[in-house]
Design a protein around this ligand. Structure first.
Ligand code: NAP
Length: 264
């Protein structure tokens, strides 16, 4: 049995589907229904535990303790490339994500562990550009030249599967997409894949932040995001590491492949 926390999320859903397809017994954990992760661990017979930092919040150490007590053989934590940076440089902490604590709990577990340190998800572009794409072909966003290598969540889940099966080595894995792309290039690829004449119009960071806040993003999160862009303007943040391809034995999915997956 493999226990998957955050099972109803973007990564969790793909993870469950793949593990089930491989004939593995899975315990998907959700707040909505079913037993808690602690209850499943206490029941015994669990081979591996997947810790999702949003879903486990402050409980990772307790779950890892239960895992060790009940004979779990390995722990896999989802984490982030910025996990060693100060809290104020980790905007996701404002949303309750506990990447650092989750990774540290896995590392201190005394069990074989893997931490999946992910770069920014490809789906973040939906939050940045999505509402504008629904309104027309002009994308007003900031820092056209800011570059990073977005990782496709399906690749993250595929690596998580390998790690849960003990086939991805040990320790920290830094997981990125295969190409470093600027905001301007991301919009150009989206336009090419969607077959639309998208145009990137650069706006000041204050205007981009205001639009995101109006769309529901907490102000502190938007401010931290703009600060991140500003700090990394002179060189790409998180250039490609090649680890996804090394673990999976195939190339990481490109941003164009991610965009194609959005087309019905
Ligand atoms: N976005 C990025 O660029 C990026 C980069 C690196 C790392 N990460 C990390 O990746 C994680 C996001 O992964 P994802 O896209 O799979 O997340 P997701 O789609 O939001 O799913 C997370 C799951 O956790 C549960 N959950 C959500 N909020 C919760 C809360 N307050 N308390 C308890 N459970 C909660 C939900 O399950 P139920 O409602 O069914 O309980 C949800 O299905 C975050 O921890 C983030 O820090 C993100």
């Amino acid at each position: 049995m493999i226990v998957v926390t955050g099972a109803t999320g973007t990564i969790g859903r793909h993870l469950i589907e793949t593990l089930t397809g491989l004939g593995r017994a899975v315990a998907p954990i959700s707040r909505a229904a079913g037993p808690t992760a602690a209850q499943v661990l206490e029941g015994g017979g669990v081979e591996a535990l997947f810790l999702h930092p949003r879903a486990v919040g402050e409980h990772s150490a307790e779950l890892v303790r239960l895992a060790r007590e009940h004979g779990v053989r390995r722990v896999v934590a989802l984490s982030a490339m910025n996990v060693e940076e100060p809290d104020e440089r980790q905007p996701s902490r404002l949303a309750g994500d506990r990447n650092r604590e989750t990774e540290q709990a896995a590392a201190a577990s005394g069990l074989p562990w893997v931490s999946l340190r992910a770069s920014s998800f490809a789906s973040n572009t939906g939050r940045a550009f999505g509402p504008q794409l629904r309104a027309g072909d002009v994308v007003r966003y900031t820092f056209r030249g800011f570059e990073e290598s977005l990782v496709d969540e399906r690749d993250l889940a595929d690596v998580a599967v390998k790690a849960l099966l003990g086939q991805a080595g040990a320790g920290v894995l830094e997981l990125t997409g295969p190409q470093s792309l600027s905001h301007g290039e991301q919009v150009a690829i989206l336009g090419a894949v969607l077959g639309r004449p998208l145009r990137f119009e650069e706006v000041p960071p204050e205007a981009a932040a205001r639009a995101m806040i109006a769309g529901g993003m907490p102000e502190a999160f938007a401010t931290a995001l703009m600060d991140r862009y500003r700090r990394h303007l002179d060189r790409p943040q998180h250039p490609p590491t090649g680890v996804v391809a090394a673990v999976l034995g195939r190339p990481a999915r490109t941003f164009a492949q991610y965009c194609a997956s959005l087309v019905p």
